[in-house]
Ligand binder design. Structure first.
Ligand code: ADP
Ligand code: MG
Length: 387
């Protein structure tokens, strides 16, 4: 068995420590960062994530009955059987992400193999880089292989979404699972969240002497609080008033007409964000298709302004980070992820990562914020067997 990274080696070692013997295999799924297209997923629109090198690795083996999981995230080992796996909510806490995948697979009619799982990860948790989906996607990939399940890649994101929505109880869209499962190295994933069609868009930043710097703002981040639900409801209400299935159906050149039909100033701002953000994704894809990576910078920055002023999902920490990164020479910068904290990404010259991190750190210092945590995000492959 090959272990091609520290994380994989840790998962294999944890398996042997906890259960004895060797796992049948190792499966990995990455965290993701969304290059552009925020809060467009549940509006049936467009997103453009790419996978990180950071990932969750599951060392797993078949067993006789039930499921047992441990993780380096916690000292707890959790066991559950058919009863809990049939009842959304029966397993809570971190292990709900494991039980949810078992539930979603069984609910879709698959004969899920009983298994022991040992999990290791270097995806930062709760930073908006989707550690939860990386975990679910790694578990799904492991169980699908262990059970030899006939489960085409196109069908996998929906199953993981059901796990997170219906078992864990988090109302997330379809982007994160799609990215973790389907991304390719050196590419971003252009995903149509309505048709679920994907196109792999070349995004080899290193080849252009560029890098994507991701700074965790270290401001508290939560998807499950009321703000996410409120934004979602505003968008759905607006679509109903406008008589369209989803805001994706309002074209950029129909925006002004649409806004005139909406009485509420807040709802108008929400709609303007979604419609212009979809267009920015399309414009970014066009530029990347013709290799003009640097030129996407202004679109990233415009996306941030739209999230700050129209969708109102930023916090001072991310606004300060974007401003400081731009002042220090980034081509463009924006908050990435659901909002209210999380990470900022900046498109930069590859040799400027330290200088730009220092500039943001210094700005944070002046504001009395906890220092940001940097990570250089290299577009990486999606979920796969690694040993
Ligand atoms: P994120 O933006 O990182 O996805 P979430 O709050 O959605 O933030 O998910 C974080 C939760 O996912 C953790 O609190 C934990 O329950 C679970 N999780 C993430 N990574 C792991 C891991 N390696 N092992 C166990 N649970 C994990
Ligand atoms: Mg999550």
């Amino acid at each position: 068995m090959t272990t091609d990274s520290d994380v994989a080696a840790r998962a294999a070692a944890a398996f042997s420590d906890r259960y004895g013997g060797k796992p049948d295999g190792l499966w990995a799924a990455p965290g993701r960062v969304n290059l552009i297209g925020e809060h467009t997923d549940y509006n049936d629109g467009f997103v453009l994530p790419f996978a990180l090198p950071e990932r969750v690795v599951v060392a797993a083996a078949r067993t006789d009955a039930g499921w047992t999981a441990c993780s380096d995230f916690t000292t707890e080992t959790v066991t559950f059987g058919d009863v809990e796996a049939a009842a959304p909510g029966a397993v809570t806490g971190w292990a709900a992400y494991v039980a949810g995948v078992v539930w979603a697979l069984r609910d879709a009619g698959f004969d899920v193999p009983p298994a022991r799982l040992a999990i290791a990860s270097d995806v930062p948790v709760g930073a908006g880089l989707s550690s939860s989906h990386a975990l679910e996607c790694a578990v799904l990939t492991a169980l699908a292989d262990l059970g030899d399940l006939d489960l085409p890649i196109e069908d996998r994101p929906r199953l993981v979404q059901r796990s997170e929505n219906a078992y864990v109880g988090a109302p997330t869209g379809i982007m994160d699972q799609s990215a973790s499962l389907r991304c390719r190295a050196g590419h971003a994933l252009f995903l149509d969240c309505r048709s679920l069609e994907v196109e792999h868009i070349p995004f080899d930043v290193a080849a252009e002497g560029l890098a994507v710097l991701v700074l965790n703002s270290n401001a508290p981040h939560s998807h499950s609080d009321g703000e996410y639900g409120a934004r979602r409801r505003s968008c759905e209400d607006a679509a109903r008033i406008l008589g369209v299935p989803a805001l994706r159906d309002v074209p950029a050149d129909g925006l002004e007409t649409a806004l005139k039909q909406l009485d509420d100033a807040v709802v108008r701002r929400r709609v303007r964000h979604v419609v212009t953000e979809d267009q920015r994704v399309l414009d970014t894809v066009e530029l990347l298709r013709s290799g003009r990576i640097r030129e996407i910078g202004p679109l990233l920055t415009a996306s941030h302004a739209s999230m700050r002023d129209d969708f109102e999902i930023t916090v001072p920490q991310v606004d300060v980070a974007v401003e400081a990164a731009l002042m220090a020479g980034a081509y463009g910068a924006r908050m990435t992820g659901g909002g209210f904290g999380g990470c900022v990404l900046a498109l930069i010259d590859a040799d400027r990562a330290e200088a730009i991190t220092a500039a943001v750190t210094s700005a944070y210092d002046q504001h009395g914020f906890t220092a940001p945590t940097p990570l250089v995000a290299v577009p990486s492959p999606g979920a796969t067997r690694v040993g």
